[in-house]
Design a protein around this ligand. Structure first.
Ligand SMILES: [Zn+2]
Length: 450
């Protein structure tokens, strides 16, 4: 922000969620940035538009660091235009695209450029990219880092698509050492392939059979192994979509010891349970799987005590045709980009958490994870990205109201608290009420650490 840039907008609410607490305030915006957080009754600078939000809550725009946009290549599953529209409608102002399921995958600089060209004109929200680390592309990692990817995703077990093979133990050490060498971040799908192979194979319509095919032990062993890699090589490692609560003690111990490990979980693990999945309902299939209610309680405890850092969607859609009613054959992935905030808020409020907690899990922490230090909080100097939420209003999820390309959702028919009234990106309203504006999202590249 240049010193001369005038305040053009003031957003006023009795409930503004800031890193220093939730309070009545007026947020002054100059250009793309927040200029100041002022007292609620502060007179607006001359010429500034004032948006009085009443008692609706002003949150920092959400940062969703786990989204499979699948574009280009599998655009019948999702695409940048539809995914980012859904994000905008759901209060998300930044998403980070996963490197697989698109063709090409984001595993070379040339492939990154292809993806950026597709995303640039279509992005309703700001978009960053994770690179992919495969058995054969160690030499591509530093160039990708220099080209602006925010970190590197790997799998320890088959990813589900041929073009994105998983790392063996030797590959993992080589990849982690290379990434540690340039101070990068390794993000990992943590399920141990030997444990998966030893489990009964999935198949048929029964959810219990699918759950048995993805045991907690697969996650627990993978997490333990990753912690030792992070410790031994001094690598920064982030564990994606943790579902098994049994892994929490090892993670807490590693953090206490100073190992650079962070962990995310997802709205579906926090809000849906194995007990409620109907037979054949493969819109609930994802890997690792949704587990039992008692496991979910423990994940909430892990969030509350800081063992878990982030809550991000793992939005991983496919066509309706691929969601056949057989848990072995169906594509694994849950679509929730537009619904993550109300889904998490509905469960969080019942458990006595606040919107400040939700903002920390779904905005501040993911922004920090991805090194996006100009995102993730309402404070002077950060981007003026906001979600305006009516937290006490409810709505019933109607798949027809979703902007996802395929309106398959595990949340259909659920009544949720929290209506997103509007979403603001760098000081401009991009969604709501009832409409999404033309795309004005920017492509984000890795920032030098602030
Ligand atoms: Zn994923």
């Amino acid at each position: 922000m240049s010193a001369a840039e005038p305040v053009h907008l003031v957003l006023r609410s009795t409930r503004v969620v800031t890193p220093r607490g939730t309070r009545a305030a007026s947020v002054a915006v100059a250009g793309r940035r927040i200029a100041a957080v002022l007292p609620h009754g502060a007179p607006p600078p001359p010429g500034a538009a004032v948006e009085d939000l009443g008692d609706d809550v002003l949150l920092p725009g959400l940062v969703d660091t786990h989204v499979h946009v699948n574009d280009p290549g599998r655009t019948e599953w999702e695409g940048f235009r539809t995914a980012t529209r859904a994000a905008a409608a759901g209060g998300i102002t930044t998403l980070v695209d996963m490197p697989l399921n698109s063709l090409p995958p984001t595993t070379t600089v040339a492939n990154l450029r292809v993806k950026q060209e597709v995303a640039r004109p279509a992005a309703h929200v700001d978009v960053g990219f994770w690179g992919g680390a495969l058995p054969g592309n160690v030499a591509d990692l530093r160039p990708l880092h220099d080209a602006g990817v925010l970190g590197f995703k790997s799998f320890l077990s088959p990813s589900g698509v041929e073009e994105f093979p998983h790392l063996g133990p030797g590959d993992l050490a080589a990849v982690a050492a290379e990434i540690a060498g340039f101070g990068g971040l390794l993000i990992v799908h943590a399920e141990d392939p030997a444990r998966l192979d030893a489990a009964p194979p999935p198949g048929g319509p029964r959810y219990a059979d699918f759950l048995a095919s993805r045991p907690r032990a697969a996650e627990n062993d993978a997490v333990t192994g990753l912690i030792s890699v992070a410790r031994r090589l001094g690598a920064r490692v982030h564990i994606l979509h943790l579902s098994s609560c049994d892994a929490l003690p090892a993670i807490a111990a590693a953090k206490a010891e100073g190992v650079a490990v962070t962990v995310e979980t997802c709205p579906h693990f926090l809000t849906l349970t194995a007990e409620e999945v109907p037979d054949g309902a493969t819109e609930f299939k994802c890997c690792p799987p949704i587990r039992e209610a008692a496991n979910q309680d423990a994940l909430w405890a892990g969030l509350a005590d800081g063992t878990l850092d982030c809550v991000v969607s793992d939005h991983s859609p496919c066509t309706t045709a691929l969601k056949v009613p057989d848990f072995g054959a169906a594509w694994g992935g849950i679509s929730s980009l537009q619904l993550g905030l109300p889904a998490v808020w509905t469960a969080a409020r019942e458990r006595g958490h606040t919107l400040a907690d939700v903002a920390r899990w779904m905005s501040f922490a993911p922004a920090a994870l991805a090194g996006l230090h100009h995102k993730g909080a309402i404070e002077a100097g950060r981007d003026a990205d906001f979600a305006v939420l009516a937290p006490d209003e409810t709505f019933t999820v109607d798949p027809a109201a979703l902007h996802h390309r395929n309106r398959v959702t595990a949340y259909a028919g659920k009544t949720l608290y929290g209506v997103v009234r509007s979403t603001w990106l760098r000081g401009r309203r991009i969604a709501g009420p009832g409409a999404v504006a033309e795309p004005t999202g920017l492509l984000l590249e890795r920032q030098p650490h602030a």
